[in-house]
Design a protein around this ligand. Structure first.
Ligand code: DI6
Ligand code: FE
Length: 397
């Protein structure tokens, strides 16, 4: 395939959009073979059938590097209760909160979970997503965690999208282990991780390091097992308070530390040294009406790559739009449109350990989006508008 008459945001480095006006991109099978100005196109590619893009913008396809897109039920009733003035206790008594999602996810069949997840995935695909991370963590027992991860694999078999799984057994302490978080880690979380790994279901290991979830010692025990199995780690860290999760993630050479609202300058330095990506999740910040913004300037100063993701989940971020996520990151956190673009492409790829994706360069995977737009800043600027013109997944339109 040959794309011509394109305005290309190559993102070849992190300093600019790397714009090429009147550019061309030659694809060979599932890879990008050549990119540059049309008048420099090598003879060898000139005979290919050309798709004239009429000056449209081409970017790397979008990557959502943090999602909990597989879950049972939803929490709209709890949303409504709260807006009618119910207290946290009343919501919990009415069966609300993460517990209700765990109950619904345990009760659902694999087919139910897949049928519920696919419309959310389709909304992502419609905005140009070609690579999606999917976490477990609403099972909190062996069978349901495995079930969630199998459904994540089925998403990739059902749609033209790649999926990377993260085992999030350390997401919450289930009711049956109330007050016994250590026992949950040893008796359920770690054995389930081993079983899921043996089934080929785990691409990375995640955890929720927070006062209301697990402390650094408990997460470290899970990470040690991940390390012994050769699985990369990532961590929900410093979302609601600073308890050392970011430093722990850096110590383990994590792919990413996610949320990080309460991270500080020392944490940013540790991430930079470790080469760990900071994943910024404005959907959860917005939904929870948080006031502590992530230390974007400290990440810039330290040279920490920043990614953006939906955190799509039924409680704190019922969001499927990565384009809206880009806008929120700019408006709420003062990230620039360039940072937002890098955040949903090459930096998101890095947060998943993918080095051949997220930039338009010879040899990269041919995952591309074409947009009814002239400049990449338009993608962050608009609210609730989807200018996707076409999506190319592994070289196929
Ligand atoms: N951080 C969050 O904000 C969500 N999980 C997490 O690790 C909350 C999940 C939920 O409420 O269902
Ligand atoms: Fe999350």
């Amino acid at each position: 395939m040959l794309l011509t008459n394109a305005t290309i945001a190559t993102l070849q480095d992190d300093e600019s959009f790397g714009l090429i006006e009147n550019g061309a991109i030659a694809l060979e099978a599932d890879k990008i073979a050549w990119v540059g100005a049309a008048d420099a196109l090598p003879e060898a590619y000139r005979s290919q059938e050309a798709h004239d893009l009429g000056g449209r913008l081409v970017t790397p396809a979008l990557i959502d590097c943090h999602s909990h897109v597989v879950f049972g039920g939803n929490r709209a009733a709890e949303f409504e209760l709260r807006l009618n003035g119910a207290s946290y206790e009343e919501v919990a008594k009415a069966g609300g909160g993460i517990v209700s999602t765990v109950t619904a996810t345990r009760a659902a069949t694999e087919a139910d979970l897949l049928a519920d997840a696919l419309p959310r995935v389709d909304a992502m695909i419609a905005e140009g997503v070609t690579l999606l991370e999917v976490k477990s963590g609403y099972g909190l027992d062996r069978n349901t965690e495995l079930k969630m991860l199998r459904v994540a694999r089925q998403i990739a078999a059902s749609r033209p999208i790649d999926v990377r799984t993260s085992f999030l057994g350390a997401h919450a302490v289930p009711a049956e282990f109330s007050g016994r978080a250590d026992a949950y880690i040893d008796e359920v979380c770690i054995p389930t991780l081993r079983a899921a790994h043996a089934e080929g279901l785990v691409d990375a290991v995640d955890g929720f390091c927070e006062g209301i979830a697990f402390d650094t010692n408990q997460i470290a025990r899970v990470f040690d097992v991940a390390k012994s199995l050769g699985i990369p780690v990532k961590l929900h860290a410093e979302q609601l308070s600073n308890i050392g999760g970011t430093q722990l993630a850096a110590k383990y050479g994590a792919l990413s530390a996610d949320h990080v609202e309460y991270a500080n300058a020392a944490d940013a330095k540790a991430l930079a040294v470790a080469g760990t990506v900071a994943v910024i999740l404005p959907g959860a910040f917005y939904t929870l009406r948080e006031t502590q913004a992530p230390p974007v300037q400290a990440f810039r100063d330290a040279g920490v790559p920043m990614a953006l993701a939906t955190d799509c989940n039924p409680g704190s971020s019922p969001l499927t739009s990565l384009l809206l996520t880009m806008n929120m990151a700019c408006t709420l956190f003062r990230m620039t449109p360039l940072e937002a673009m890098l955040g949903v492409t090459c930096h998101a790829a890095a947060a998943l350990g993918e080095t051949a994706r997220g930039r338009i360069t010879a040899g990269a995977v041919a995952d591309l989006c074409t947009w009814d737009a002239k400049h990449p800043a338009e993608l962050s600027y608009r609210i609730g508008f989807n200018p996707l013109h076409s999506r190319i997944f592994k070289g196929a339109l």
